[in-house]
Design a protein around this ligand. Sequence first.
Ligand SMILES: [Ca+2]
Ligand SMILES: [Ca+2]
Ligand SMILES: [Ca+2]
Length: 308
Amino acid sequence: MRKHHPKIWLIAIFLIVCLSGCAWRNTALNTEGQHSTQFFKEGRGLIVFAGQESEEDDYDLYVYDFVSRETSRLVQHPAADISPCLTADRSRIYFASDREGTYGIYQLEMPGDVVSTLLNSSADETEPRISPSGEFLAYQSNAFGDYDIYVFDIERQAENRLTVSDAQDTQASIAPDGQSIAFVSNRDGDFEIFTMDVDGSHKQQRTDNDRYDASPVWAPDGKSIIYLSKQTQHFQLVQFYLDSGEEKKRTDPALTVHSPSFSPDGQFLAYIQETSHASQISVLDLDSGQHFLLLDGFSKYAGLSWVE
Ligand SMILES: [Ca+2]
Ligand SMILES: [Ca+2]
Ligand SMILES: [Ca+2]
């Protein structure tokens, strides 16, 4: 039986860092606002993101093109349009929106502006992630009260529930081979990173600490996962190597960051940084450890997806 559930967890997950930023110290990245000439010469595909241009705006969807260096709006609607992901062939964008009352998953055919409903029950379906093949989505739904992870076969229009727990299971990320899913769960009492096979079998807890761990993203080589960990009062990026269990901190603990997304070649990581007065999209060169400012000027950025 489905029961109505407040959007507390959705709001907590989506806004936890965005709204708290005002209480945190403003620490600028060591970029001095300079773009890396070399980085932009090569061209790096597209980044789709959700954003509020000003505080009065609702969230809409945008795309940044590394070749033209221009940002264009893709979706404009009075509802909250969030968590976009783009298929590898750039033909479709999937995103979450509450335009029909509860959050559901929507599809935008590219190029164009025609949005259609992919799935929308009376529960909230959010945080869609498209598989590398474009054949299925992973997402979260609170259809049974708390959030669980589901996959949705796009051709068959069939959903499969992968987690059945009284905990909050959220923020799925599909491995590059399409065979595994990383997710976040508080089933051991606080939020940890887990992995499982794409059919929901072989669940494995990957972090075990008293910190808030969130937002896992799989590296394109499949060997590591970068996730957010609230190490101090701020979330920072941690790279976790699946074979060895080694962890490497990737951002300054004084920074407040969220929404990590790898470049398709795995050399870079885009993320959103919050300061007391601004939100910006930055890029980390994983080899050199250098951070570059990519986009600023919006009131808020939320949710990234980077494709070739
Ligand atoms: Ca909107
Ligand atoms: Ca819904
Ligand atoms: Ca934890």
